[in-house]
Write a protein that binds this ligand. Structure first.
Ligand SMILES: *Cc1c(COP(=O)(O)O)cnc(C)c1O
Length: 454
């Protein structure tokens, strides 16, 4: 290809279908249908090669916080690229990664002061799993090598992350490659695995978890949880008090608690971190999606001095944490992450979110009246609308009917980009979304659901 030929929209569309294999996508459908190619971003909006505008209803895979091409963040990135684009953390410190760790230490739950960088949510969880196990080795408990996980959990797509996940359709194929875990029932109250009904269940799922812990605590290194909200599992919100109970059980049975805040971190739930809602301090916490405001891949696994210090020893003792990724602590990503934290303050973002969360909730109450709505779940600025064929019987739409996909296609025609999780419509906009944009989003969601399900 000659460099000076102007690249047209038509060429982009053709080459995309010819060369790019999209994630979580049936490429047969992709190649057959007309697709959108995004060229520009502006605030909460994405603009395609034909100039069409779409409200970014899923914050570009749950990463965007302050909007697209936000001037302050662009400036921070531009300034950093003229100082240093990348330098390794293997054997060297680098300015931005140090400042970011120090700033994050001020806002993460008390005692989480040690930051291990990587570059995506899955690797942040791999690090957490290996760290928890090796900690137990160093403590003379190598038999504590197993993990407690939850049904419906999602922690990423690398093999370790898949092993601790619990979403059958993503994970079954890879079963032969995975390690086994103890899986506890997650509180999906609308479709309780244990057949209980909300409010009168007495936290039976917690009892089931406790039984596992009691029986196997001597072989368990850690429990892994998405605090408050199981994201990819269908935006499933845990009942109040659940997380606190988990923390208590972990303490009682000497099991480390790993909180996967990859989706919930950085304001999504209305607090900086989901754990803050219940004053829970995990032993290890994974952060990624919102950390660099949706600009660049960055992740960090955070832990306590207690765990960190167990890795101290003479060089020859081999207590070192033998793990690391090439682009660990990338200065560009860290510089944007730092500026993003400042914007939280400058925009008074967490305070501003309060009324937006109420507005979202009010509007969802209207949507709930539609005939084919089974369950609506909201946690801060994240929500899931579960569509059902029959409301009384809670009958699921058959998978082949692609009901979620159809609703999202209708929304797209109206200028809103959404991506469903099965039959659940996901709402997860950039946190800076304005009131009128939020209204537009919900108008379109309501209209699209009506059209497809009537
Ligand atoms: C997205 C996500 C991950 C995986 O992050 P990637 O950057 O896609 O690897 C892990 N945990 C949770 C809770 C997530 O939502």
């Amino acid at each position: 290809m000659s460099r000076n030929v102007a690249i047209t929209a038509e060429m982009l569309h053709k080459w995309d279908k010819r060369h790019v294999w999209h994630p979580f996508t049936q490429m047969q459908d992709w190649e057959r249908d007309k697709q959108i190619v995004i060229e520009k971003g502006e605030g909460c909006w994405l603009i395609d090669t034909d100039g069409n505008r779409y409200l970014d209803g899923v914050a570009s895979m749950w990463t965007n916080v302050h909007g697209h091409c936000r001037r302050e963040l662009n400036d921070a990135l531009k300034a950093q690229v003229d100082r240093l684009e990348h330098s390794t953390l293997l054997g060297l410190g680098s300015e931005q990664s140090i400042i970011l760790a120090a700033r994050l230490a001020e806002i993460t739950p008390h005692g989480l002061d040690r930051f291990f960088y990587s570059d995506n949510g899955s690797t942040a969880m791999e690090v957490a799993v290996k760290m928890a196990y090796q900690y137990n080795v160093h403590k003379g408990r190598p038999e504590k090598s197993r993990f407690v996980t939850f049904s419906n959990a999602y922690h990423g797509d690398t093999l370790g992350a898949v092993s601790i996940g619990g979403i059958d359709i993503y994970h079954t194929t890879f079963k032969p490659l995975m390690f086994e875990t103890f899986q506890a029932p997650a509180p999906y109250c609308y479709r309780c695995e244990l057949g209980c009904s909300k409010d009168s269940c007495g936290f039976n799922c917690v009892n089931a978890l406790q039984k596992i812990m009691e029986e196997h605590c001597n072989s368990i290194a850690a429990l892994v949880i998405e605090p408050l909200l199981q994201g990819a599992g269908g935006m499933i919100v845990q009942p109040a008090g659940f997380l606190k109970r988990i923390r208590e059980l972990c303490d009682r049975y000497e099991i480390l608690m790993i909180a996967d805040e990859v989706a919930t971190g950085f304001g999504r739930t209305g607090e900086m971190f989901a754990c803050n809602h219940e004053d829970v301090i995990p032993d290890i916490m994974a952060l990624s999606k919102g950390i660099a405001a949706g600009y660049l891949p960055l992740a960090v696994t955070v832990t306590t001095d207690k765990i960190y210090s167990a890795f101290m020893g003479e060089y020859s003792e081999l207590k070192t944490f033998f793990h690391g990724h090439t682009f660990t602590g990338n200065p560009l990503a860290c510089a944007v992450g730092l500026r993003s934290l400042e914007l939280f303050e400058e925009d008074n973002l967490l305070e501003e979110l309060k009324h937006k969360i109420v507005r979202l909730s009010d509007r969802l109450n209207d949507v709930a009246l539609l005939k084919h709505i089974g369950d609506i779940r909201q946690c801060g600025m994240a929500a899931g609308i579960e569509l059902v064929e029959n409301r009384e019987a809670r009958t699921e739409y058959p998978w082949e009917q692609k009901i979620g996909i159809k609703v999202c296609l209708e929304a797209r025609r109206r200028g809103l980009f959404l991506r469903p999780l099965g039959n659940t419509i996901v709402i997860f906009p950039p946190l800076v979304i304005s009131d009128s944009e939020l209204d537009f989003l919900l108008d379109v969601v309501e209209e699209s659901i009506c059209l497809v399900t009537e």
